[in-house]
Design a protein around this ligand. Structure first.
Ligand code: HPA
Ligand code: ZN
Length: 343
């Protein structure tokens, strides 16, 4: 049994301002919206109803999830579909007191089905603008390459997105990690760097600590997505801490995809105690059982040794690790201080 969270701490976790830096927008597609879009677009689904689809969300590893995730994304066809999905995420994020989000999107999942790059980016961008205006939640887009595909395909994807260069802040690397080391994407990340794009990559989720090091050394990334397996290499942990390389950790994802047997085995508290700039994020919240606050709550409930100080550190890290400018980071830090002074 997981002990209940102390009420004052639970309130603080829920109400403190935070940034979310690791969320795949296609992973926010809830089953109800999947069925609505499937009906609207005439896309056949392998499941008769929402309950049957949800029942399929029992994963054994990353690949077993990705198969279901790509099937879910197949209902997205029009810019309005991408807009609806992204607006739903921003509303949910606002409810969790997310003030800023940096959103991954997987264009190759859509262009491979004949959906134009412009359709994907237009829908997401419209939601980004509307959310800033109506919800006060700011966001940025990060274009991810699918690492199970070739580097030539990644390069072609980057080139195809360049007409919308001003609409994405950076590039990332996701999908099946094992057997697809960062080195495979050296040239496309070099090209992204030359274009002035920020760079991040998934590494050390299922893959070895060496992938974390090569993402830094070969791809030149500024943040590591997941990165939890870095804990297996003490020198690497020291390097991450000394260089303040952020890890965007996703606790519920790691348990759902069996990186850890249960939350009590999670290494986030140890990474945080070692001085690593760890952040808490939801990854694919529609599939993994909760949005960002559910991740904070599950983590703190599993570790009674974590309290106010750790909550503050994690939220402060989320702002420090973001791609926002220093003035905005300072303003958010002020809001965080106010939340802690009040609560
Ligand atoms: N890992 C790798 N690729 C992904 C994930 C993830 O957790 N979610 C969506 N694409
Ligand atoms: Zn991810």
């Amino acid at each position: 049994m997981t002990p209940a969270l102390e009420p004052a701490l639970a309130t603080l976790l829920r109400t403190m301002p935070k940034a979310e830096l690791h969320v795949h927008i296609e992973g926010t597609l809830e089953p109800e919206l999947i069925f609505e879009l499937a009906a609207r677009n005439g896309v056949p689904l392998a499941y008769p109803d929402v309950a049957a689809l949800r029942a399929a969300y029992a994963f054994t590893d990353l690949q077993s999830f990705l198969d279901v995730y790509y099937a879910g994304a197949s209902v997205l066809r029009t810019a309005d579909d991408f807009h609806a999905m992204a607006m739903a995420y921003h509303r949910r994020a606002a409810a969790d007191r997310v003030v800023h989000a940096e959103l991954f999107f997987d264009p190759q999942t859509h262009t491979a089905r004949g959906v134009p790059m412009g359709t994907v980016i237009d829908g997401l961008w419209r939601a980004r603008e509307e959310a800033a205006r109506t919800l006060g939640v700011t966001s940025e887009l990060i274009l991810c390459f699918l690492r199970h595909l070739s580097e030539d395909e990644a390069m072609a994807t980057l080139e195809a997105a360049l007409p919308w260069r001003e609409r994405f802040v950076g590039v990332g690397l996701d999908s099946s990690e094992r057997g697809h080391p960062p080195e495979k994407f050296a040239r496309v990340f070099a090209r992204a760097g030359a274009l002035g794009l920020r760079r991040v990559a998934h590494a050390g989720e299922e893959g070895p600590p060496a992938y974390v090091a090569s993402a830094l050394d070969v791809l030149g990334v500024e943040r590591i997505d997941h990165g939890v397996r870095a804990i297996e290499d003490a020198a690497l942990v020291r390097r991450l801490a000394d260089a303040r390389v952020p890890l965007t950790v996703c606790p519920l994802s790691n348990v759902k995809l069996r990186v850890y047997r249960d939350m009590s085995q999670h290494t986030l508290p140890r990474l945080l105690a070692a001085g690593v700039c760890v952040t808490v994020n939801s990854d694919d919240p529609a599939y993994f059982g909760g949005y960002v606050n559910a991740n904070y709550e599950a983590l703190f409930a599993a570790f009674p040794s974590m309290g106010r100080a750790e909550a503050y550190r994690l939220a402060a890290n989320s702002f420090e690790a973001s791609f926002a400018d220093d003035a905005r980071k300072a303003a958010w830090r002020g809001e965080l201080d106010a939340a802690f002074a009040a609560g």
